[in-house]
Design a protein around this ligand. Structure first.
Ligand code: MN
Length: 258
């Protein structure tokens, strides 16, 4: 029996169905509503907002490490939101939560992020959405505080709704709750990667290239997501689907293209 007063929450991610972050956020969101997990069957980090158009998609029922059942899909995180809402939840979803991602999604990461793109797909489908990430690049990621905070924020989003065409992008420092310095509502900052391309030789001497590069270079401007997390705070950024550079409209019009 479904309870009509309990919010229905779709959880997805881009780290794959068996990622630790899903278990943590699922345990916390169980107290907020009825939870459905539909996530990629394998890791799909940095796949952006890609969708699968030219081959069939499959959903398999799998058992998670906590003993509960979830849905593993053959597609991307964005596919998982479509499949989750339309096929698994029969078009009744009140909230999409993407994460908890292992690794930050800050500044320009957003344009590559499968985690944030899944939340964007929620917005496209008219469902409020939250993307959540923990700032860790090692196996020592702690999800407790991020999970608790996501449940808190989920309740607020369900209560207040979100402005149109807007999702919340949350980044949490990789710290125990007691060491977190606060919560800050931020704007998207800038972050880029130095030494992005590495050229190497394969055993036969032929060149190959490795993308990814060194650590990110963050512009630590006050008020940005990168700065808040660098200061040990949780960053909550409202992200709008409209990417128009409004401040540039007049300058581009002045070229006389029109
Ligand atoms: Mn990821």
């Amino acid at each position: 029996m479904t309870n009509p007063t309990r919010p229905r929450i779709l959880i997805t991610n881009d780290d794959g169905i068996h990622a630790e972050g899903i278990l943590a956020v699922k345990a916390a969101l169980d107290a907020v509503g009825e939870v459905f997990v539909v996530a990629p069957e394998r890791p799909r980090s940095a796949c952006g907002h890609s969708i699968t158009l030219h081959k069939p998609l499959r959903i398999n029922r799998v058992r998670l490490a906590d003993g509960t059942f979830a849905h593993a899909a053959s597609g991307t995180p964005t596919d998982c939101v479509s499949l989750g809402v339309l096929a698994v939840m029969e078009e009744r979803a009140d909230l999409v939560v993407s994460g908890i991602n292992h690794g930050p999604n800050l500044g320009w990461d957003l344009t590559y992020s499968g985690t944030v793109s899944a939340a964007m797909e929620g917005v496209v489908m008219g469902i409020p959405a939250i993307a959540v990430s923990v700032f860790s690049y090692t196996d020592e990621a702690v999800y407790d505080f991020a999970a608790k905070f996501t449940a808190h924020l989920a309740r607020m989003v369900i209560e207040h709704g979100l402005p149109s065409d807007t999702l919340l992008n949350v980044n949490v420092p990789n710290l125990p709750g007691a060491d977190i310095k606060g919560i800050e509502v931020t704007r998207q900052g800038r972050r880029r990667y130095a030494g992005k391309l590495e050229k190497r030789a394969d055993p036969s001497g032929r060149a190959y290239y490795w993308l990814g590069g060194d650590e990110a270079i963050d512009d630590l401007e006050e008020g940005t997501d990168v700065k808040a997390v660098a200061d040990g705070k949780v960053s909550v950024t409202p992200v709008h689907m409209d990417l128009t550079g409004y401040s540039s409209l007049d300058e581009i019009r002045a070229w006389g293209i029109e």
